[in-house]
Design a binder for this molecule. Sequence first.
Ligand code: NAP
Length: 292
Amino acid sequence: MDQNKELSGKTIVITGATDGIGKALAQMTWKAGANLVLHGRNPQKLEALLKSLGEGLPGQQAMTVKADFSRLREVREMAAEIQAKVPRIDILVNNAGFYPDGRVITEDGFEECSQVNYLSPFLLTNLLRPLLIKSAPMRIINLSSIGHRFVWSNVYASARHPFYWRWVAYCRSKLDIIPWTRELSDQLKEYRITVNSIHPGIIRTKVIRFLPVSWGASVRSGAATVYRLIADPNLADVSGEYFERYRKSKPSLVARSRRYQEALWRHSLRKLGLKQADDGSIIQRSPTQNDQ
Ligand SMILES: NC(=O)c1ccc[n+]([C@@H]2O[C@H](COP(=O)([O-])OP(=O)(O)OC[C@H]3O[C@@H](n4cnc5c(N)ncnc54)[C@H](OP(=O)(O)O)[C@@H]3O)[C@@H](O)[C@H]2O)c1
């Protein structure tokens, strides 16, 4: 695909832009002329990222926002900061994610991997919803994983269940991305907002450091799969789909279960103390309801 300033004038929000796929994507989209809102949790890495971008086009802008996704309070502050400073969003890439070292329960009372990889992007996207609708047509891209195929899930599972296997925790967080993507796509279609999820390949980043051997495709090739969902004009009306690298793919049975999709949506809202009004808007109902 020709990346010759084809994103000029577009504003792209990339979460987890300080390393791996998100960082490579930030550099590619900057070269293609986009204005960037770059998220990270580490101020030094954010500063280094901004420096690494180099000179842009006249008027091209990049800003950073800081939030640790294991703290919902910081996700709310990030959403408020974006709404205050960014007039429109053409593309939102929910990319931030990690592979856990072990079970951690966050200050919000959730298992950390499910919070960082799924609940926080779910919250962020819901809080940005009015701005996204105002910006339409626009695209949302959520980073899932082929690992979703190896697990089943239960929306009511407790963060404190005695069985904890970090591979399962990671894959479940990536499984939930897919029904969430499908639900969001159903809800936002009328506004001309497309929502798709993607497995970018097995990519050599710290997310796969648990593998016994060091293999995987280059970081740039992983970012290129996401870049295509951002920029390909042929995908402008494609929504609710799951991609494995460049191929539209059928996700697992549970990932495409309508019942699971609806239960997950309701349960995620409830966990975060959110409520959906009859007109579709999302409102804060009560303090977060965790499963402590
Ligand atoms: N690599 C693969 O093979 C692969 C395969 C399938 C899906 N994915 C998905 O692709 C996405 C990008 O992963 P990657 O491979 O590029 O990994 P990476 O190099 O580790 O980058 C992950 C990004 O997420 C950020 N992040 C991690 N924990 C965070 C937290 N608590 N709060 C806020 N930001 C946080 C990281 O920040 P720091 O820079 O501060 O660490 C970094 O910017 C993830 O969602 C991952 O699950 C990756």
